[in-house]
Design a binder for this molecule. Structure first.
Ligand SMILES: [Zn+2]
Length: 208
């Protein structure tokens, strides 16, 4: 079991890194980790600038919305994170980004096809698109969960990206690869036809 203090330090470190990598714009985007033993999720607070954020600003809460420890309100998207932890027992961390190339696909209502070798081991294949939901509602999480039945990441229509992993390191690298795939797909579309990887190649990479 991790202490709230340990979780805060970890969420803080990955928040700073994600912000430096431009996965977030302004105060948008948020990340969390979850300890199933204590039932506590530690998540970034709402509307606090990432330049000046501190470890103690992270909010410890239950998945039902009850704040256990924290001096700010949790991210307005805490329901998105909570629904993912409830749906996928293997999820120990969630990264929600508004990274620009991936969000452009989400605005175009296009999933990202399997175009890069990294997408197979890191993302399990393509990046599906979740239906639009009003921010802050349970539907944001439920729609994302519906889209991620066979994938650890998805695009959220007119909104951004969400990825989960066993820990923040894995959730973060998945969010990074979603953005990388979107960027390369965008450039490839500008050059000419985009060739999706064959099912045969994908199966061989998965060792099937
Ligand atoms: Zn968002």
């Amino acid at each position: 079991m991790k202490t709230i203090e340990e979780m805060r330090q970890e969420v803080f470190a990955w928040t700073k890194q994600s912000y430096a990598e431009k996965l977030f714009a302004g105060t948008s985007g948020n990340l969390s980790m979850y300890d199933p033993e204590s039932g506590i999720m530690t998540i970034t607070p709402t509307s606090i600038p990432y330049e000046t954020i501190l470890p103690e600003d992270m909010v410890a809460m239950k998945l039902n919305g009850e704040v256990v420890d924290g001096h700010y309100a949790p991210s307005s998207e805490w329901r998105l994170h909570a629904e993912i932890y409830k749906a996928f027992p293997e999820a120990g961390a969630v990264v929600h980004s508004h990274s620009p190339y991936a969000t452009a696909f989400a605005v175009a209502h296009q999933s990202i096809p399997v175009i890069l070798i990294e997408m197979v081991p890191f993302l399990g294949g393509d990046v599906p698109l979740a239906e639009f939901a009003v921010p802050g509602t349970d539907a944001v999480g439920l729609n994302a969960v519906a889209a991620m039945q066979e994938r650890p990441a998805c695009l959220m229509a007119n909104h951004g990206v969400v990825a989960f992993g066993a820990d923040l390191k894995q959730a973060h690298i998945r969010a990074v690869y979603v953005e990388d795939a979107a960027k390369i797909c965008y450039y490839a579309k500008g050059i000419g036809e985009v060739h999706v990887m064959s099912d045969e190649a994908i199966r061989a990479m998965k060792g099937e």
